[in-house]
Design a protein around this ligand. Structure first.
Ligand SMILES: O=C(O)c1ccc[n+]([C@@H]2O[C@H](COP(=O)([O-])O)[C@@H](O)[C@H]2O)c1
Ligand SMILES: Cc1cc2nc[nH]c2cc1C
Length: 361
């Protein structure tokens, strides 16, 4: 008898999930590229929207690709031991307090999700103070926040794998219930420090280039934060070819969870819209676990956090929006949902020159 899913270790299950991701369908993308030339517009005139439509066709394996009608945002939340180094001006309690705010509908993510008609699901993978039960909240707390990554591993491999699987399970629930476009979001005071570590580890760029001001820190705190990221990288020497080890050493529980959610969606050919710096860091981990998964990622916006541009470049993704946003929660990703819908709708609803009786140039 073979090994059942229950008997497999979390790491084996995560590897299985990663193996299930197939590359987007190049033939469907090519059909979309050719269809764009026949639609009633000068070739290429819809710019990035055309490129996005071509990618969506590849993700769906069909041209025209379906117009996503049921978007959702998954907000993964966790706390960070590295906060003890003074890398953020905000107290740890804010993570749990904001989770409560998300559940009650009072946060920016709720306002923007309502604007684009997206469902909100919050995932507690490691909120130190704990969270109260709520219909919008899934509790899968792996540990009450990570350890200080500048002095030891943030977590162990098994914990990182369990957090990734928790993210995959939350995505599975959403997709089972009809979600056809996932936006990734995050909440975790201090999480721009592990995000910077992950971006540095996976791209090989120096700490000073990928570390930013997060929620808003002064020059002295930024200098300290860069040093903390440098110390962590020197301590662990994370190997980008061991993505789970890298997540465990210098990541956060919410980064691991989002990587798992991305992999699940990619395996199901569901497009994923990335939000800010933590989503970008998680996306690098997902792409390291499964290179074809980047084919299912859409960069919703460009976070003001400098590591985001570095990560997106490494992933080969161009951000759809650049509004100077740096909130996280999924906010910038949600604003890109109408663009994703528009890109698919162009391919399905526009008439060709022939159908419309319009002369070609
Ligand atoms: O994603 C972004 O663009 C972004 C940039 C700066 C801060 N954040 C959010 O702020 C928190 C982390 O900031 P910090 O300064 O505490 O590391 C966390 O909850 C993130 O969602 C998010
Ligand atoms: C208030 C607040 C809200 C947030 N949302 C995401 N990260 C956040 C950080 C803070 C501090």
């Amino acid at each position: 008898m073979g090994t059942t899913t229950e008997e497999m270790s979390p790491e084996e299950r995560l590897r299985g999930l990663a193996r299930g991701v197939l590359p987007p369908d190049a033939a469907a993308s090519e059909t979309a590229r050719r269809r764009h030339l026949r639609l009633t517009k000068p070739p290429g005139s819809l710019g990035g929207l055309e490129e996005l439509g071509i990618r969506l066709a590849g993700m769906a394996g069909a041209c025209p690709p379906p117009v996503p009608g049921r978007p959702a945002v998954l907000v993964a939340a966790g706390d960070h031991g590295v906060l003890g180094r003074g890398v953020s001006p905000w107290p740890q309690e804010v993570t749990a307090e904001m989770v409560r705010n998300f559940c009650r509908g009072g946060a920016a993510v709720n306002a923007l999700a309502a604007t684009v008609g997206a469902r909100v699901l919050v995932l507690d993978v490691g909120v130190a103070a704990g969270t109260e039960p709520h219909p919008l909240l899934r509790k899968a707390r792996v540990r009450p926040g990570t350890a200080d990554l500048s002095r030891g591993a943030a977590m162990d491999r098994r914990e990182a794998a369990r957090a990734a699987l928790a993210g995959a399970e939350a995505a599975e629930e959403l997709v089972r219930e009809g979600t056809d476009l996932l936006v990734t979001g995050d909440m975790g005071i201090g999480n721009t420090t592990p995000a910077a570590c992950l971006v540095a580890a996976f791209t090989g760029r120096p700490a000073a280039e990928v570390t930013g001001r997060g929620t808003g820190i002064d020059d002295a705190t930024l200098a300290l934060k860069v040093r903390v990221v440098e110390e962590a990288l020197a301590l662990h020497g994370p190997n980008p070819e061991d993505p789970l080890g890298t997540l465990a050493a210098v990541g956060g529980l919410e980064h691991a969870a989002l990587a798992g959610a991305i992999l699940y969606c990619a395996a199901r050919r569901v497009p994923v819209v990335l939000d800010g710096i933590s989503s970008c860091a998680a996306a690098l981990a997902a792409a390291a676990l499964s290179p074809p998964s980047s084919g299912y990622m859409v960069a919703g916006h460009l976070s003001a956090e400098p590591g985001a541009a570095v990560a997106l470049k490494a992933l080969g993704l161009k951000p759809l929006l650049d509004l100077g946003m740096r909130l996280g929660e999924g906010t910038g990703g949600l604003l890109a949902v109408p663009l994703v819908r528009a890109a698919a709708r162009v391919l399905s609803e526009m008439a060709t020159f022939e159908e419309a009786g319009v002369s070609e140039g």
